[in-house]
Design a protein around this ligand. Structure first.
Ligand code: SF4
Ligand code: SF4
Length: 325
């Protein structure tokens, strides 16, 4: 019997999601045994024309990582949508926009100006920026259009399932592949990870005091972090209250706060707003009357890069989506 065909594709991302597949270690052999990988640019030399030659929906499932930043990425994911039975948004960038989505605080012109003209390490006296078409003696060179706005995968094509995380952990990948192969998938649109919030599974949650008051805000490098205590108790912003569990508390176990890469739970529309409200509710001294407006402002000012802190992985999927420039 023919094995189900599977494809992997990579859009605007760091490549960590590709590593996550390799991180399956010996489990990758089970995957390779069970499926026929028909496209995987990082590892196999198939071409776009090979996908174009396939029948519509011939690929059982395509795992697509990365956000959508260029026209080429948009065209490729639309091709995979046509050729695939299922599309899985793989990792934070495809799911929520991810770190590349923070570029939505700028646009193409401001990004190009910074990257090619004003960044201190650049030497570009002629101020050359990438062009879509460049004539060279050998012919015309082309680059895909670079869009102003970074989009999530589901803002570009219909997505069937989401595998969250930066990068998704091996156990969730194996569970997802197994569920697909056995036809035991949940309802369309589901995030293939537990519904609990990270605070519910965090080992520091049990010892967390009933009431926490953040009287000052610190960044992780500014204090010796107690590995037993909740980060919030120590004045460090942790997005555990606004983040879905399932990562195995990777950052917490490395004594770092959660930055929110798994995205929000089902009932949360805007992860950044949820995180902001969780922190705002514990900011200050216990008796609010004791804190002047000025002192409160000073405390709020201790939050370095609030937009980047609360929307680190989720800006394109949030209610804000992008900054109006
Ligand atoms: S806020 Fe962070 S450290 Fe505290 S319980 Fe939640 S996930 Fe754990
Ligand atoms: S602790 Fe938070 S940021 Fe770290 S892997 Fe888990 S969900 Fe992602």
């Amino acid at each position: 019997m023919a094995k189900p065909k599977v494809a992997f594709y990579w859009c605007a991302s760091c490549g960590g999601c590709e590593e996550a597949v390799v991180d399956l270690n010996e489990d990758i052999l089970k995957v390779v045994e069970a499926v026929d990988i028909v496209f995987w640019p990082v590892a196999l030399d198939f071409k776009k024309k090979d996908v174009e030659a396939m029948k519509d929906r011939e690929i059982a499932v395509s795992f697509i990582n990365g956000a959508i930043r260029t026209k080429e990425q948009e065209e490729m994911v639309k091709l995979f949508r046509r050729k695939s039975g299922l599309i899985v948004a793989f990792g934070s960038c495809a799911h929520l926009g991810g770190i590349p989505g923070l570029a939505n605080f700028w646009n193409k012109d401001t990004i190009f100006t910074r990257a090619y003209k004003t960044v201190p390490s650049i030497a570009n006296p002629e101020g050359i920026v990438p062009q879509q078409k460049t004539e060279v003696p050998e012919g015309e060179l082309t680059l895909p259009e670079f869009y102003d706005t970074v989009k999530t995968l589901d803002q570009t094509i219909d997505v069937d399932y989401y595998l969250p995380g930066c990068a998704p952990p091996p156990d969730l990948i194996v569970n997802a592949v197994t569920a697909i192969l056995e036809g035991k998938l949940p309802e369309k649109g589901a995030v293939l990870a537990p519904e609990k919030s990270l605070c519910d599974t965090c080992p520091r949650g049990e010892k967390k005091p009933e009431k926490i008051s953040m009287k000052e805000i610190k960044r992780p490098h500014e204090i010796m972090i107690d590995p037993e205590k909740c980060f919030l108790e120590q004045g460090i912003i942790c997005l555990g209250p606004a983040t879905r569990s399932g990562c195995g508390e990777r950052c917490i176990n490395a004594n770092m706060p959660c930055r929110g890469c798994f995205g929000p739970n089902k009932e949360v529309t805007d992860q950044g707003a949820k995180g902001l409200s969780a922190i705002a509710s514990i900011l200050g001294v216990e008796d609010e009357e004791k804190m002047s407006e000025e002192d409160m402002q000073k405390l709020i000012d201790q939050i370095v890069d609030p937009a980047g802190t609360f929307y680190r992985f989720s800006l394109p999927s949030s209610l804000l989506r992008r900054k109006k420039l």
